[in-house]
Structure formats: C-alpha cells, structure tokens
Write a protein that binds this ligand. Structure first.
Ligand SMILES: [Fe+2]
Length: 248
C-alpha cells in the first residue's frame, strides 16, 4: 500500500514505518512510576504497538522529578525488572533499557555528585528536561557540571520550551556548548501545536537535531504516531545521516 516509502533512488533504505529509527530513546513505558504507563498490561500493549510501528529497542526514561515523580535508580530498576518478567511471560522478545529523564533543579545537582545514581540512556549520555514555564536559573552551570563530571547531556524536546521560540540563537548556543538535542517525534506532526512544529522543523533544517524520541506516555501518542506523512518526514530526516538513534 505504501510502496512509495520503501525505496528512493539513493542507497538510503526508506521504510513504510519508523523502522529507520529502530531504537526509541525517550519513553514512559515502565509501569506505574510516573505519568506514563500505569500498569504492566498497558506497557505491554504500548510496546506491541510501537513494535508494529517498526521499533525494535526501547530506552525507557521515566521522569525523575522530585516534586512530582520522586523516582530513584532503585524504583526504576524495580519497574524494569517487573516489566521484563511479564514480557518474558508474554513471549515478547524485545530489548528494554532502564534509563531516566532528569528534571534540572537543585536536587539534580546533588544527584550528579552521587555518581552511580544516574541512569544514562547510552554510555555517559544523560537525558535532561527543563521547566516548560521559565528557563532554569543556572542552566549553563548545570550543563557545565555534567560535562566536567564526564557526562554528555542530551536536552529532551527543546522545541517544546516556548520561551526559546523567539530566541532561536539559544538552540545554536546549546549545540555549541556541546549539548545533544532530542526532538519529539510528534512535534514534527504538529501534535503539540503549530509553534512547536515550526521550531522542530527549524531545528531539523539547521541540522541541530541528534536524536528523535517518541516521549510516549499513552495510547493517544501511539495512535498519533501511526501516520504515513510522519513516517515519510522521518525517513527524509534520516537521509541527513546525523540522527543517532540507529547507533544506540
Ligand atoms: Fe518525557
């Protein structure tokens, strides 16, 4: 049906779904520990749906946000073990990696100091998010601290922080500082609104995007993802060769 998407004239293989990404590195699929999947059954249903969209590996990133979701390495590993146990029972052969999405605040600075408490998404890469309301004070200092402690910060969904929409130079500054940028898949589709979509496309055009994450929380995200125009756009973006998901 979507034969058009399968191959183009260059060597890049174009797929009729999201298998060109293969690895998702931002999701809330671990059961019952944040505002994502509430239970194991939901997690398994969402994972099956993601696999039907072409994903084969999931780096799950529950929120670590002390005021709302006071997760620790321990709570995350426990939820991961529980999910893995049920995936095995369901005979679903899929790799799930436990990591986290850290909210930048004072308590995160303390966590950086307790070295072995951070869960990276890959090697030394730490996924961080910031407030949607206002830029965090001392953001640059926190990034600098991560670098000096040997970590590679990855900023989650930079296109969703509206206070940067009219300060586009900020995105270039973050890249120049060495931060990796992760755009949300559904931002490209306009799921979070027109402005967010425009900024996501700007970041792609300026080649500032390193990673694309689903940031999947629930069924509505999954339903929105099954969209051929989104698949085509992702396949186009992948041709740039700068998106790192398949290497994770
Ligand atoms: Fe997230």
């Amino acid at each position: 049906m979507f034969g058009f998407f399968r191959k183009n004239k260059q060597s890049h293989v174009v797929t009729g779904n999201l298998s060109c990404l293969g690895v998702d590195m931002h999701s809330h699929l671990l059961p019952g520990i944040d505002d994502g999947s509430p239970d194991v059954e939901t997690s398994i249903r969402l994972i099956r749906g993601m696999m039907q969209n072409g994903y084969r590996k999931f780096i799950t990133t529950p929120h670590v946000y002390p005021d709302l979701y006071p997760n620790t390495k321990e709570t995350i590993l426990k939820a991961h073990a529980l999910l893995n146990e049920h995936l095995k029972e369901a005979q679903l052969d899929v790799e799930i990696v436990p990591a986290a999405e850290y909210f930048i605040d004072e308590q995160f600075v303390d966590l950086i100091d307790q070295r072995d408490q951070l869960l990276p998404i890959h090697q030394n890469w730490i996924l961080v998010e910031i407030s949607f309301l206002a830029p965090p004070q001392e953001f640059s200092q926190v990034l600098f601290k991560l670098f000096t402690e040997g970590y590679q910060p990855v900023l989650a969904h930079p296109e969703r922080y509206s206070y940067y929409h009219h300060r586009k130079e900020k995105y270039h500054q973050l890249k120049d500082q060495g931060c990796l940028l992760q755009v949300n898949l559904l931002s490209l589709l306009g799921y979070y609104g027109k402005n967010v979509q425009e900024i996501a496309r700007y970041l792609v055009k300026e080649q500032l995007v390193d990673l694309i994450g689903s940031d999947l929380h629930h069924d509505r995200h999954l339903e929105a993802m099954a969209h051929p125009s989104l698949w085509a756009e992702v396949n186009r973006i992948m041709k740039s060769g700068s998106i790192l998901n398949p290497t994770l």
